[in-house]
Write a protein that binds this ligand. Structure first.
Ligand SMILES: C[S@@+](CC[C@H](N)C(=O)[O-])C[C@H]1O[C@@H](n2cnc3c(N)ncnc32)[C@H](O)[C@@H]1O
Length: 264
């Protein structure tokens, strides 16, 4: 979603913490109330950040402002339809918090880790998370592959970060047994799945499907590639923790163990 040149590190010129609403954003769509419910005021504030410091910090292209709600925030938020209650989610390549922050905003039951390697983007994310008061969200400034062995989740999400084979290599080792990679993709998702099948399997994917979410909320609905890892996989857990112990308990409705990520 970044505009040209946004990948270069720049001075942190403005504080995201006092984002004024931008007129260009337009009215809040009716679907936003349905999607965010009681969290709508926070979602509106997030959109204000995107439309102000998101642009001045180079995370959002100015031309995206009129379509922030539909094309970005709502499109990403409907991904939560595929996520179980109380799960831990690692969003890799969060950029301006897409989809990670929309997931956290829509689903306060989830624990969300935003993984973003670039200093400017990670700093912006930290400040926006603090301003929104999102205690369920942690920002980790890292490349996803640097977190193998130190981070684990029930779901890994990504939008516009890399091809599916690379996402599988970066993301599948972060998953607990039975975990899922959820990659927002476009119309060529089926073709990409076929083209990368061998690499995805080599990275640990045991089944892949393409699903559609958000019908009736966003038009067109969102295409998601879903890659599952095996129930009995081993090797990705931090030392001393049995892989998947926490995730399995949660899916059975068991108690939720302490799952804050290690300090970084
Ligand atoms: C095109 S942006 C997409 C940002 C956001 N997901 C969105 O949809 O607007 C890609 C992001 O992935 C990040 N990225 C690139 N390689 C990465 C890696 N190996 N691990 C984690 N993030 C990565 C970049 O820093 C950048 O913020």
């Amino acid at each position: 979603m970044e505009h040209d040149g946004a990948s270069a590190e720049r001075p942190l010129a403005a504080e995201p913490a006092a984002a004024p609403p931008s007129d260009a954003v337009g009215p809040v769509p009716a679907a936003a109330a349905e999607v965010f419910g009681t969290q709508l005021p926070r979602a509106e504030r997030f959109v204000s950040h995107l439309a102000s410091t998101g642009i001045s910090w180079g995370l959002v292209g100015p031309r995206e402002v009129p379509r922030l709600w539909d094309r970005h925030v709502l499109n990403c938020a409907v991904l939560t339809d595929l996520i179980d209650q109380d799960a831990r989610v690692v969003d890799i390549g969060s950029g301006a918090g897409l989809p990670g922050l929309t997931i956290a905003l829509r689903r306060p039951d989830l624990t969300v880790v935003l993984v973003e390697p670039l200093l400017r983007r990670a700093t912006w994310l930290e400040r926006v998370v603090a301003d929104l008061g999102l205690r369920t969200v942690t920002v980790r400034r890292a490349r996803a592959e640097e977190l193998h062995g130190s981070e684990q989740a029930d779901y890994v999400t990504a939008r516009a970060v890399a091809s599916l084979d690379r996402l599988a290599q970066w993301g599948l080792p972060l998953l607990r047994p039975n975990g899922q990679l959820l990659a927002l993709k476009g119309r060529s998702a089926e073709e990409e799945v076929a083209r990368t099948a061998r690499a995805v399997a080599a990275a640990g994917g045991v089944s892949t499907d393409v699903v559609s979410v958000g019908a009736g909320v966003v038009e067109p609905p969102v295409t998601v590639v879903r890659v599952r890892v095996a129930a009995g996989r081993t090797g990705a857990a931090p030392a001393g923790k049995p892989p998947g112990a926490a995730g399995s308990a949660r899916r059975r409705g068991g108690p939720r163990p302490g799952r804050r990520p290690p300090a970084h």
